[in-house]
Design a protein around this ligand. Structure first.
Ligand SMILES: NC(=O)c1ccc[n+]([C@@H]2O[C@H](COP(=O)([O-])OP(=O)(O)OC[C@H]3O[C@@H](n4cnc5c(N)ncnc54)[C@H](OP(=O)(O)O)[C@@H]3O)[C@@H](O)[C@H]2O)c1
Length: 500
């Protein structure tokens, strides 16, 4: 495995700890080698020490074994090169021939591009030129990190450049959201139970809400984030993939293409939001300075690396429809942002109320059933339904039936990168984004970005850090009876209680 960008943050925090976790569970092949590549000169020994530090600091749900870490370390080495220079790749090839311990075995290679996106096509093209896309002597797979383009046009260009060098079935576009257990659980929950699927359509579902909240701000990555924003950073990729899994038709099999065909059809059915509807269907916001638990938090425009007049959104709430038979007329709502009251990602399916109201309920739609699929943290599933309050009369109280993944204490919960790296090794691309799905997602969001860019009348609303975004976002969903689900109160309120 060759990791381009090995001196970077992702390699240190995620990739190497995930590889070690696989090693720890004996899920790596007997013979393997990991070559870290980047521009900085780093002696092998120093690289190994740094990676060991990453393993100790960031390994999750794994028992660290000192002896085993030492063994694992011996499979790592480092190679310095400038990835923009074509001539460097023959040097890399020679280095790989030397380090490849699999003499007599197949030459299977994974190339992980953990670099700035501007280098993706450059690296892919140069690898192909030195023969590293040819699979005659073993598989050659290319893993790329998001962002997969900046808009529709640049994603088409990127895909076409990647396809000049590698076949689509050799390209693995990683979306770490799809590596999360609960995201995969959407598939299992929907298609292994007889009770949910018959209700999973416009006849029984009132609306679907997807929230992905972060409590942190831009955390020193202001320069990167200011050129990106919530739509590009979260919605176009992670959250639309979650929409795909939530709304897809049953696949014909668990084959990667069968599943990806169905999620892609959902993305292709997203009803385009017209220019004149952007202001009412898409609310964007930017956090402003406020006190969180007595501490003054800077506003987005005061963050390091951010343009003080920036109009980049740190929050977005959107209402949209999926134009197909299953979902015709059912509103979908997505909300994501930074500096919200808590870190949570969940899908909430709101079912329609009973056709007749027999019982007294205090709050509007209190009797509506909700199925909440919590993706992070505290992964789990919760069903809310009405039961009789003890005592006189027939007062209805909403109760919870809930399951927490943490209760399965005997099960190792793999990190997203661990699961995804294992999949790419065994050639399973189910949880990787395919070119056509990425393009369909861009096709949906690009017109919104265009409107924001070209129409100066489009508003961006401020919201105090630590709250659930601009109040206008509530109006978006209040035309239904329920409003957004608030798993935690605003930090400005009396605390940060969260319920699943
Ligand atoms: N960090 C995350 O949590 C995260 C999450 C999701 C996606 N991603 C994506 O993952 C990728 C990597 O992220 P990161 O945070 O690890 O970035 P990073 O810390 O900035 O690392 C970038 C790496 O690329 C190398 N590089 C840049 N230009 C080079 C050149 N011309 N020749 C050789 N090496 C070069 C750098 O090497 P030198 O430092 O030695 O120059 C460094 O190792 C990005 O595409 C990012 O968008 C990251």
């Amino acid at each position: 495995m060759v990791i381009f960008g090995a001196s970077g943050d992702l390699t240190y925090r995620k990739l190497i700890p995930a590889l070690y976790a696989l090693y720890n569970q004996k899920l790596l092949p007997d013979k393997f080698h990991v070559l870290g590549v980047s521009r900085t000169t780093i002696p092998d020994g120093e690289f190994r020490e740094k990676m060991t530090e990453g393993i100790r600091k960031f390994s999750e749900n794994i028992h660290l074994n000192d002896l085993q870490i030492e063994e694992f370390k011996s499979h790592l080495s480092y190679f310095q090169m400038d990835m923009t220079l074509e001539e460097e790749y023959s040097r890399l090839k020679s280095a790989l021939d030397e380090t490849n311990p699999n003499e007599g075995a197949d030459s299977n290679y994974l190339f992980y591009l953990s670099t700035p996106p501007s280098l993706f096509s450059v690296i892919a093209g140069n690898l192909s030129k030195v023969g590293f896309s040819n699979e005659s002597d073993g598989f050659k797979r290319l893993i790329i990190e998001k962002p997969f383009g900046y808009d529709l046009e640049s994603s088409l260009t990127l895909n076409s450049q990647l396809h000049d060098a590698f076949l689509e079935n050799q390209i693995y576009r990683i979306d770490h959201y799809l590596g999360k257990e609960t995201v995969q659980n959407l598939l299992v929950m929907r298609f292994s139970n007889g009770i949910f699927e018959p209700l999973w359509n416009r006849n029984y579902v009132d609306h679907v809400e997807i929230t992905s909240a972060e409590s942190i701000g831009v955390e020193g990555r202001g320069g990167y984030y200011d050129g990106s924003g919530a739509i590009r950073d979260m919605l176009q990729n992670h959250l639309l993939q979650v929409v795909g899994l939530t709304a897809m038709e049953p696949p014909s099999s668990m084959d990667a293409d069968a599943i990806r065909n169905e999620t892609m059809k959902v993305l292709q059915s997203l009803k385009p939001i017209k220019h004149e509807d952007v202001a009412s269907q898409v609310i964007r916001g930017q956090y402003v300075s406020s006190h969180i638990r007595g501490e003054l938090v800077p506003g987005y425009r005061e963050e390091k690396g951010v343009n003080p007049e920036s109009r980049t959104e740190t929050f977005i709430a959107m209402k949209f429809f999926i134009d197909n038979w299953r979902w015709g007329g059912v509103p979908f709502y997505i909300r994501t942002g930074k500096r919200l009251p808590t870190r949570v990602t969940e899908v909430v399916v709101h079912f329609k109320p009973t056709p007749q109201k027999l019982f007294q309920v205090d709050e509007a739609c209190k009797s509506c059933n909700q199925l909440i699929i919590r993706i992070q943290p505290d992964e789990g599933v919760l069903l809310k339904f009405g039961l009789k309050q003890p005592g006189a009369g027939f007062n209805v109280k909403t109760v919870n039936m809930d399951f927490h993944y943490s209760e399965l204490s005997d099960t190792h919960l793999p990190s997203a990168y661990e699961r995804l790296l294992y999949d790419v090794m065994v050639g399973d691309s189910t949880l990787y984004a395919r070119a056509d799905a990425v393009e369909a997602a861009w096709k949906f969001v690009s017109p919104i970005l265009e409107v924001w860019k070209n129409d100066p009348d489009q508003k961006i609303y401020g919201y105090p850090a630590g709250t659930w975004g601009p109040e206008n976002a509530d109006d978006l969903i209040n035309d239904g009876e329920t409003g957004w689900r608030y798993p935690c109160k605003n930090l400005a309120d009396d605390g940060n209680y969260c319920e699943l």
